[in-house]
Design a protein around this ligand. Structure first.
Ligand SMILES: C[S@@+](CC[C@H](N)C(=O)[O-])C[C@H]1O[C@@H](n2cnc3c(N)ncnc32)[C@H](O)[C@@H]1O
Length: 218
């Protein structure tokens, strides 16, 4: 049941460094979106002791692998994996989901938004906007396009390959995500350049906008 992702062995340490530099040291609840094999959670929580980790994925094979790693490593801060599709209304609108906390301090999504239709990016941002506590962080990891940065040849061919596999997949434009995130009260806080032309993108939840009070006629 325990699957192994070769990319995990390459990106686990750079991402751990990012998480150690941005996450506060108080007890934190972290939802991981698209946990895949489920290897990242145990690695991060074994090094950052204040995290309670809530792994999720849309795929039942992934859920089985996440739970198998959890049992194998006996990492107590890892919670049982939950089935979650970020395009589900329940996630996007912030309604309670069984087995997950309703409000969290951080949401991490590694290597999902380019290997899923753009609806998944939209759903991820909407749900994050509704579930992050004020000042909570949404952390994205993967390749991105940026207007003022040359598109690396390796990412160009990866993008072509993704679109060949599914025309709705592809490397996303960071500025589009930044714009969309603003509509969910998430502002870009930091960008880390990581090996193999990947980025870690950190967005921060702003206080909810004040609702305009209806005028009371005297
Ligand atoms: C390339 S894997 C990345 C897995 C892991 N995060 C990693 O970096 O090794 C992409 C994952 O996204 C998940 N996924 C795709 N669409 C999704 C959606 N709509 N909601 C949640 N997960 C999704 C897939 O099931 C898969 O496990």
């Amino acid at each position: 049941m325990r699957q192994d992702a070769p990319a995990f062995h390459r990106n686990k340490q750079p991402m751990l460094n990012v998480l150690q530099s941005i996450l506060p040291t108080k007890p934190l609840n972290v939802i991981e979106i698209a946990s895949g094999t489920g290897q990242h959670g145990p690695f991060f929580t074994s090094h950052i002791k204040n995290l309670t980790w809530w792994p999720t994925d849309i795929s039942s094979d992934a859920i089985a692998s996440i739970n198998a790693w959890r049992e194998h490593l006996q990492e107590l801060s890892i919670q049982p994996a939950q089935f979650l599709d970020v395009t589900d209304q329940q996630w996007m609108t912030g309604q309670p989901i069984k087995g997950l906390p309703n409000q969290v301090d951080a949401i991490l999504s590694m290597n999902m938004i380019h290997i899923a239709p753009y609806a998944a990016t939209k759903g991820l941002l909407a749900g994050a906007g509704n579930r992050l506590a004020t000042n909570g962080l949404l952390i994205l990891y993967g390749p991105f396009k940026q207007h003022d940065v040359a598109f690396a040849p390796s990412n160009q061919s990866f993008d072509k390959n993704l679109k060949y596999r599914n025309p709705q997949w592809g490397i996303r434009q960071l500025e589009d995500i930044q714009q969309l995130a603003l509509t969910h009260n998430l502002i870009l806080k930091q960008i880390f350049s990581l090996p193999a032309n990947n980025l870690a993108v950190v967005l921060k939840k702003q206080p909810n906008r004040l609702q305009t009070q209806p005028r009371c006629e005297a």
